[in-house]
Design a binder for this molecule. Structure first.
Ligand code: AMP
Ligand code: MG
Length: 330
């Protein structure tokens, strides 16, 4: 290596032990984001991103009463959570209360969108018929669709399978200002994939740690992560499948494969328990929702979402100076 080169390398040594090779000749690509909010020099962007997060910090997750938060590091026994639990609530009361929670969500979402600094990711996992679609429809009713993006994850395409397992999920996480909803999620890769033996054991076993790292990255990047497991009983699944068979308007929802999957009920419960236990962290805890009663499920989830948004405390950005004195010409 020439003397000149050696000098350059010493001059660009970084804290992470790597050298700043790419910086030697100045930036060749303009990395500036296109949004007005972040417009400025590369340095200005680098400074404002950590500042935006440092100002707010991660939000403590406080689930509504009746939801069971999984203690980080503790083994999970789903048999100890009663799917029929309604927390002593009255159905009519909960319906009115749900409307109030929705109003809170709508108002806070507008602020989150306007602030455009952080985001909220809602993850929904459940056994087939567990109520993911119904929950999303109910809890997000009235939310401005422009500030909300739902990603429903199905059997991976061949392009998705050509990448690492997190690729397709990472591509759909909410950007600043957005509420993102995962209808099924990266957890499928330690659930259905495990139960059906789609990859060798060592592969899905290695994924719990990768999932925790992924979620830590999201939280540290300004995304609050709420993970809901909708907990129904085997008898309730039977009722819901029978209802889909009995009602012609629900036939479209009936998937004969669900009857095959039902035979693996115990294996799924074990896979859920392990995923919840291995991937409940202080910053992104798993929340077990007793979900046999839809009205209870919808209310407690809506309340948790509203309380979380409130804890995030999104603010409308400061108005441009002198805006109140402006007049609009005829
Ligand atoms: P549904 O949500 O009922 O429309 O069904 C989607 C299907 O995709 C379910 O049977 C899931 O188990 C399946 N699925 C979702 N993610 C994965 C994955 N990563 N690998 C294999 N199957 C998956
Ligand atoms: Mg289905």
């Amino acid at each position: 290596m020439s003397k000149k080169h050696g000098k350059h390398h010493r001059g660009h040594k970084r804290d992470d032990g790597m050298t700043g090779e790419a910086d030697l000749h100045g930036p060749t690509v303009d990395h500036r984001p296109s949004t007005a909010r972040w417009a400025g020099s590369v340095d200005a962007v680098a400074e404002s991103v950590p500042a935006a997060l440092g100002q707010h910090g991660p939000v403590p997750i406080r689930p509504a009463p009746g939801i069971v938060a999984v203690e980080p590091g503790a083994p999970v026994d789903l048999g100890t959570v009663d799917p029929d639990d309604v927390g002593g609530l009255d159905k009519d009361w909960a319906k009115d209360a749900l409307a109030t929670e929705r109003e809170r969500i709508v108002a806070l979402q507008e602020r989150l969108y306007a602030e455009r600094a952080r985001s909220l990711l809602l993850v929904f996992q459940a056994i087939d018929t567990g109520g993911k679609d119904g929950t999303i429809r109910s809890v997000l009713k009235g939310v401005n669709p422009q500030g909300c993006a739902v990603a429903s994850f199905k059997v991976p395409s061949s392009e998705e399978l050509d990448h690492d397992f997190l690729w397709r999920y990472h591509a759909r996480v909410p950007g600043r200002g957005m509420i993102g909803v995962f209808n099924r999620s990266h957890y499928e890769d330690v659930l259905v994939v495990r139960v059906k033996g789609l990859v060798p054991d060592a592969v899905w076993q290695s994924r719990y740690g990768r999932i925790n790292d992924f979620e830590r990255l999201l939280v540290e990047s300004g995304t609050t992560v709420l993970k809901f497991f909708l907990h129904i009983s085997k008898a309730e699944q039977k009722k819901r499948l029978e209802a889909r068979i009995a009602d012609p308007e629900k036939h479209w929802k009936f998937d004969p494969a669900d009857l095959v999957e039902r035979k693996s009920w115990d294996a799924y419960q074990q896979a859920f328990a392990d995923a919840l236990g291995r991937c409940s962290t202080a910053r992104a805890p798993w929340l077990v929702v007793p979900a046999n009663h839809k009205w209870f499920r919808n209310y407690v989830i809506a309340r948790t979402v509203a309380d979380t948004l409130e804890a995030m405390d999104p603010r409308f950005p400061e108005a441009a100076k002198g805006i109140a004195d402006l007049t609009v010409p005829d």
